[in-house]
Design a protein around this ligand. Structure first.
Ligand code: GLC
Length: 750
């Protein structure tokens, strides 16, 4: 009887799963059939990706080395183009490939759609501060809708690099220092970009990058080496990539850095052992921009031929702008140095994603001029960008409840170049977000006419042209605007100072060794403070900054990052309390650069406890603690945590519950955070690790009981062989409003 039941179950399951299996096997058949027809040149062509920084003005593109690329497009020796946007351009390039090459294999078009395409959402680090996974998914969904409306079908995002080093300019592009939050956010972004149907014309293939551990670049410098321990690799750097793969991401991008002395692009440990074998990833890996060729500078490959051999052997399927595969792979295969089987594997992976995108059904399906005309900058997209921006703002200080601002004919001085800057809020990695298209702080404040607003720049932040490509000239000397600002402050009831970083002071190639307010801004802040101490500091920046003086002197501090198109409206609505700030820091803010790397989920060390002697782990001239810890963020109301209870009766489902009460007078949202500490383990565990969070809304006086479930998934860790272990022993549970202010309980895992 049992066998019959089991057979019946199998039949039902196969029917239920049939559509997915059928679709997959249908695609597999098509991939294999197409592969069997391809010449070696055509196979290598699929593995070749070109940048297209040129216009397509007629039948062929002009500028750059377009002539060569045009010939290769016509002869089926290009598999993908990137940095080509616009339905007309994409259609022209696709036409060259599809209508001239022998097999007419369509191109896949990629682009860095990181936080929006035309409607620009807050930078990813800001979105991470919202801890709102639904809003983050929607942000990526909208980015995909706009990107696919201009012919693109592949986003080079999400960037899921964990980083503990705010000197690194690319922290703006990720989700901060924590692997649990970074994993949840990475998965949400993959779902947003790819939707439920990759063949739909408003979804794009996503690309988890940079595989792997690029966020640990030594000294916070781009393109530098990474030298981290195995435990940090397995337990911190890799989990967000695994989460992206589990969420169905169809591509990964490898990284510029070395890992254990091997360039990631040439690392079979990463790309084959971990990703393709260990995680059974069946999409494809693209290199980063010429990261293959850079293996020569790293001292790993002696020439471009070795670059081709080492990259492909290690599992880098598509060559972005190294020209290695197109130049040398044929001779390597014909000489028997590289087996055709690994070429075929790479090509099948690429063709598989192209079939999944529906490109073979209609190579021009993403080229719809009507969608391009109606969807970019759609009002609904800006509405979502505003919502995301408000949720991304973090209230760092509010002494004496200076905020929210009162609407009662106050004379308010607004000071700082960034208050009138419509460009910086768009941030770095702005895709086709137009320069000077953001709502400025001044414009946002103009929606509240009850107070009298007067503006004084105080000082320029930059001098000369600003470009994402070239070094910015920061104003270090010109204080000619100080007097006017000080005069205005003297005559005002309150001062809003908008200070921070230019949008192009963060992002790729934008590492900083000094994290103070750039230029003369700190001097301006202190000078204005002498004239009027009633200051609200609005920070506009792409990374944690050193804010010790402000924390000590300024009554109210708002972290507003680079909030995208709707920046000024979001900031004004939070300043006036129309939205109660709910953000929580996704990265620790150091007291000094000397503390870096500084992060909450650190190990204990052998001498964690202060002593009257100097022989314990500390600095003689600085605290060990950050200025603001991971998970920190205030509200215009207050929350009280109580009644933390653990039920360990079911050892596979440890139940945790806690009460949170809104003890203030206004409605507010709170991110309830749960941390664990596995006290003793075969590989030491951090003093605390985020393993759960829930963002809740509470009316004044309202109490909610929040429940968490801890399973093997939350309680385990990877040992140095990459094996996932859950070990018995004492666990401490901490729940609270940030990683420092917590209430504690413990349980014994049998
Ligand atoms: C850049 C970046 C990468 C980006 C690629 C294509 O160098 O490292 O994140 O996707 O090149 O623009």
């Amino acid at each position: 009887m049992k066998i019959k039941l089991f057979t019946l179950l199998l039949i039902i399951l196969s029917i239920y799963l049939h559509p997915i299996n059928a679709q997959n096997s249908d695609i597999e058949n098509k991939v294999n059939e197409l592969l069997s027809k391809m010449t070696l040149d055509e196979k290598i062509g699929q593995m070749n990706q070109y940048n297209g920084f040129w216009e397509v003005t007629g039948p062929e593109p002009v500028g750059g080395n377009a002539k060569m690329k045009y010939e290769h497009l016509k002869s089926g020796r290009v598999g993908s183009m990137f940095n080509i946007t616009g339905v007309e351009n994409v259609r022209k390039i696709q036409k060259i490939a599809v209508e001239n090459s022998r097999l007419g294999i369509p191109l896949i078009f990629g682009y860095d759609v990181i936080h929006g395409y035309k409607t620009i959402s807050p930078i990813p680090l800001a979105e991470a501060a919202s801890w709102d996974l639904k809003a983050i998914e929607l942000s990526s969904r909208i980015a995909a809708i706009e990107a696919s409306a201009v012919g693109l079908n592949w986003s080079f995002g999400p960037m899921v690099d964990i980083s503990r080093d705010p000197r690194w300019g690319r922290v703006m592009e990720g989700a901060g220092e924590d692997p649990y939050l970074g994993s949840k956010i990475g998965a949400a972004r993959v779902k947003g970009f790819q939707g439920n149907d990759l063949a739909a014309s408003n979804t794009v293939a996503a690309c988890a990058k940079h595989f792997a551990a690029y966020g640990f670049s030594e000294a916070g410098r781009d393109y530098n080496i990474v030298d981290i321990g195995t435990s940090t690799l397995y337990n911190v750097a890799l989990p967000p990539f695994k989460a992206a793969v589990d969420a169905g991401v169809r591509t990964l991008m490898n990284s510029f850095n070395l890992l254990n002395g091997i360039p990631a692009t040439g690392s079979s440990f990463l790309q084959r052992d971990i990703l393709k074998d260990g995680w059974a990833f069946d999409g494809f890996v693209v290199s980063d921009w010429a990261s293959g060729r850079e293996m020569i500078a790293h001292g790993y490959a002696s020439d471009l031929k070795q670059v081709a051999e080492f990259s492909l052997t290690a599992g880098s399927d598509m060559d972005m702008e190294s020209y290695a595969y197109i130049s040398h792979l044929k001779e390597l295969v014909e000489a028997g140095t590289v087996p055709i089987s690994i070429v075929d594997d790479a090509v099948k992976r690429i063709l598989r994603v192209k079939f999944e995108l529906g490109l073979f059904d209609d190579p021009y399906k993403y080229c719809n001029a009507e969608r391009e005309k109606t969807l970019l900058n759609h009002p609904d997209h800006h509405k979502a960008a505003l919502d995301m921006a408000k949720k991304s703002i973090v209230l760092l200080k509010n002494k004496g409840n200076l905020l929210p601002l009162k609407k009662e004919k106050q004379k308010i001085a607004v000071i700082g170049a960034l208050a009138n800057d419509k460009n910086s809020p768009i941030g770095s990695w702005r895709a086709m977000g137009e320069d000077n298209s953001a709502v400025s702080v001044l414009e946002g404040l103009s929606a509240y006419p009850e107070n009298t607003i007067k503006y004084a720049k105080g000082a320029d932040l930059t001098q000369g042209r600003t470009s994402v490509l070239f070094e910015l000239k920061i104003n270090e000397t010109d204080k000619s605007g100080f007097a006017e600002a000080i005069e205005l402050a003297k005559k005002s009831d309150l001062v809003i100072m908008v200070l921070g970083e230019h949008g192009f002071q963060t992002g790729e190639g934008r590492s900083r060794a000094n994290l103070d307010l750039p230029g003369v801004q700190q001097e301006l802040l202190e000078a204005v403070y002498q004239a009027n101490k009633n200051i609200v500091l609005v920070l506009m920046n792409g990374r944690p900054l050193i804010l010790n003086w402000a924390e000590e002197h300024v009554p109210a501090i708002l972290e507003t990052w680079h909030l995208g198109s709707q920046s000024g409206n979001a900031i004004a609505q939070v300043l006036y309390g129309d939205y109660n700030p709910s953000g929580k820091l996704p990265m620790s803010f150091p007291r000094s650069v000397g503390q870096i790397p500084i992060y909450y989920n650190h190990y204990s060390t052998g001498r964690p406890n202060p002593s009257n002697l100097v022989y314990w782990s500390h600095y003689n001239d600085e605290s060990n603690e950050p200025l603001y810890p991971f998970g920190f963020g205030l509200s215009y109301t207050n929350f009280k945590y109580s009644d933390l209870k653990i039920d360990g009766s079911d050892q596979k489902n440890i139940k945790v519950q806690v009460n949170i009460k809104n003890t203030g007078t206004v409605k507010g949202e709170e991110v309830v955070q749960l941390y664990i500490h596995d006290k003793f383990a075969s590989v030491t565990r951090p003093v605390k690790e985020l393993k759960g969070f829930e963002k809740i809304e509470l009316m004044p006086g309202e109490t909610k009981n929040i429940k968490f479930l801890l399973t093997d998934k939350e309680l385990g860790f990877y040992n140095n062989k990459g094996e996932y272990l859950v070990e018995p022993g004492e666990f401490e549970i901490m729940v609270g409003t940030n990683s420092k202010d917590v209430i504690r309980a413990a349980f014994e895992l049998q």
